[in-house]
Design a binder for this molecule. Structure first.
Ligand code: FES
Length: 119
């Protein structure tokens, strides 16, 4: 069992997102929310683990680097995906992010990885 290097998908120009802003993006049909925090970019699944609610509608609290779900207030650390405030108890998936040539790219791993046998 080896983990292959992720394939990165270009999603937007780095200067399109300011610090503290978030933006929904979709990669291969999977919803992801991209967050810029202290100059770094983070990508997490765009579905709250408490209920199926888009985290792209969440608030962002830069003091703790958390997304605050707009439905019930559950909070997720954008750096780890950890659920840090109930009623959310399960982490959300995170994805590697890099900046190349001024573009933000998200790594296709986990649920975004190409499925075996996929074209
Ligand atoms: S749907 Fe997000 S905390 Fe309930």
């Amino acid at each position: 069992m080896t983990n292959a290097s992720p394939r990165f998908a270009r999603v937007l120009a780095a200067d399109e997102l300011r610090d503290g802003e978030l933006m929904p993006v979709e990669i291969d049909g999977t919803p992801v929310v991209l967050v810029r925090h202290l100059g770094a970019f983070y990508a997490v699944q765009n579905n709250c683990s408490h209920r199926d609610f888009p985290l792209s509608e969440a608030g962002f609290d830069p003091r703790d680097a958390v997304l605050v779900c707009a439905w019930h207030g559950g909070c997720f650390d954008v750096r780890s995906g950890a659920a840090v405030v109930p009623p959310a108890t399960e982490a959300v998936e995170t994805f590697p992010v890099r900046v190349r040539d001024g573009w933000v790219e998200i790594g296709l791993t986990g649920s975004l990885a190409p499925q075996r046998g996929a074209a």
